[in-house]
Design a protein around this ligand. Structure first.
Ligand code: SAM
Length: 279
């Protein structure tokens, strides 16, 4: 990359960051979370390697074949899922994630963009959009709506949108673990600690620390997460121009593991006027 292009890319990254921090200034911990994506690249590299063959990835691949291309993964990270799905575009807010993803041979045909999914304008409309394992639960109400609406704007009429979210049942489990410090082992020399907390009725904090392969322990949290009911998510989707094509049969997968089954949403871009004028 020449110096001019490198400078343009760095400025673009700063602009993205500034926009995100501005939107989140009222919840500083969430701003921390987004800053953390850049800082947690090494953690994510270990996670991605350990979970490269996660069965949940296959669901995104199968649905990609069903909806066809062009396609996009928002929150593409290091390309763990995109390596199997091979979308046309990969969008991520973290410049460091994209920098690393760019060297992957599996992503050679995927155009990678540093941008916020809530306002990126894709070079062309797509027929399949997905967000895999992307902590939508960390988004507040307006950020979730903004993302759903912008993903709709980038979609062709009838295009599919698939994403996973933690169900409220997951957080009931968390409530019972309030204050508890949980030590986990990845089985590959990687240890992590998670401390559970709760701020308000629906707002949970999960503070993560990890130690990669005997290195220094680093704090990558806190993550703040919200427990959205299915009704709340469905309402936001409808308002943003999506329809639930399979209200009773969206597959249940287990992207986050554990005793609780999380939810995979499969929706389709509605044509015609929006249900609400919010967009
Ligand atoms: C949990 S990682 C998942 C990465 C990848 N989908 C996977 O499953 O391996 C979430 C990714 O979403 C990105 N992200 C978070 N907020 C975003 C936003 N508003 N727009 C675009 N990407 C975002 C983060 O930088 C991070 O790379």
């Amino acid at each position: 990359m020449n110096a001019g292009a490198a400078m343009a890319r760095a400025l673009c990254a700063i602009d993205v960051r500034r926009g995100v921090l501005e939107r989140y200034r009222h919840v500083s911990q969430v701003a921390d979370l987004l800053e953390n994506w850049d800082r947690s690249v090494d953690y994510w590299e270990v996670f991605s390697a350990l979970n490269a063959n996660d069965p949940a990835i296959d669901v995104y691949r199968v649905l990609s074949a069903r909806f066809g291309g062009p396609s996009v993964e928002y929150g593409v990270g290091l390309g763990r899922v995109a390596a199997k799905v091979r979308p046309t575009f990969g969008v991520d807010i973290s410049p460091r994630m994209i920098e690393k993803a760019q060297v992957s041979a599996d992503l050679a045909a995927t155009r990678l963009l540093v941008a916020d999914m809530a306002d990126v304008v894709l070079p062309e409309l797509v027929s399949y959009s997905y967000v895999a394992f992307s902590h939508f639960n960390a988004f507040d109400h307006s950020e979730l709506f903004g993302s759903f609406a912008n993903i709709r704007k980038n979609s062709l009429d009838g295009g599919g949108f698939v994403f996973d979210m933690r169900t409220p049942a997951r957080y009931r489990g968390l409530q019972s673990r309030l204050g508890e410090r949980f030590l986990g082992h990845s089985g590959d020399g990687w240890e992590f600690w998670v401390t559970f907390g709760q701020r308000e009725r629906d707002l949970f904090s999960i503070t993560c620390e990890y130690q990669v392969l005997g290195g220094q322990s680093t704090t990558i949290g806190p993550f703040l997460e919200r427990a959205y009911s299915d009704e709340q998510v469905a309402e936001l989707l409808l308002d943003a121009g999506w329809e639930l094509v399979e209200p009773d049969s969206y597959a249940s997968v287990d992207p986050y593991r554990g005793s609780v089954t999380d939810r995979l949403w499969v929706v389709q871009a509605r044509s015609g006027p929006l249900r609400s004028g919010r967009r």
